[in-house]
Design a protein around this ligand. Structure first.
Ligand code: SF4
Ligand code: SF4
Length: 224
């Protein structure tokens, strides 16, 4: 899932400015709900904080809230057309994709981002997420026994460790496991250490985003 965190309230207040009277805060019911940044609970608590703030400033601001299933699908954005139209400003608590999809669906409305989108990650403890994938476009997990050195090695090394790890931790960040230690241990566990001896060719980065924004087309729906 995409992992995101909420911008701090002062930054949000500064970004919203003072040229509006009706604000709609829209959450997203998928990834950012799981990462506890932009689901219904966070939308409602941010709305309460903002209501209290604007009241303390003597400002008459109406705040409406809603949380759609996914902001990255037009089908769910259609459901909130009336709410969008009756508000001056929209604050999206979705990832950057959701914000841009709202802008595309409602181009006349100002839509602002309430979150900072961070990475593709997994839940590793309650309230903790760790990066697992960068969406490189050519998955090589088969070569590394299911542990991704592209995303999880700080240097993205594909042919073994840098030699700097200490006690299984990465030399770049001692709070992060060395991906290569994990890969090595898993190879030992699976009795496949010999498979790590072969040199892995450089990855094809043309399918990553260095070739510009990517589009994926499912031929079942698009024949030409
Ligand atoms: S190899 Fe690429 S697609 Fe596969 S997990 Fe790593 S970054 Fe993601
Ligand atoms: S210590 Fe391990 S994870 Fe960190 S950069 Fe070196 S090989 Fe990669």
């Amino acid at each position: 899932m995409l992992v995101a965190e909420q911008k701090n309230v002062k930054e949000i207040i500064d970004m919203l400015g003072d040229d509006f009277e009706k604000l709609l805060i829209v959450g997203c019911g998928t990834c950012v709900t799981v990462s506890m940044a932009g689901g219904e609970r966070e939308v409602n608590s941010l709305a309460e904080v903002l209501r209290t703030y604007y009241a303390s400033q003597g400002r008459d601001v109406e705040i409406e809230t809603d949380t759609v299933k996914r902001q990255c699908d037009f089908e769910f954005l259609d459901d909130i057309e009336e709410e969008i139209n009756r508000n001056d400003l929209v604050l999206s608590l979705a990832c950057g994709i959701g914000v841009q999809h709202l802008v595309e669906r409602y181009p006349k409305k100002v839509v602002l981002p309430g979150l900072n989108t961070s990475f593709y990650g997994a839940t590793t403890a309650v309230g903790e997420w760790s990066e697992r994938c960068i969406g490189c476009g050519e998955c090589v997990l088969d070569k590394y026994f299911g542990i991704c050195p592209v995303a999880r090695c700080a240097k993205g090394l594909l042919n073994g460790p840098c030699g700097g790890s200490q006690n299984g931790e990465c030399e770049v960040d001692p709070d992060t496991d060395c991906a290569w230690e994990l890969i090595y241990n898993r190879a030992v566990e699976l009795d496949k250490l010999d498979e790590l001896i072969d040199l892995v060719e450089p990855k094809n980065w043309e399918v990553y985003r260095d070739g510009g924004p990517r589009t994926l087309v499912n031929k079942e729906y698009h024949e030409d």
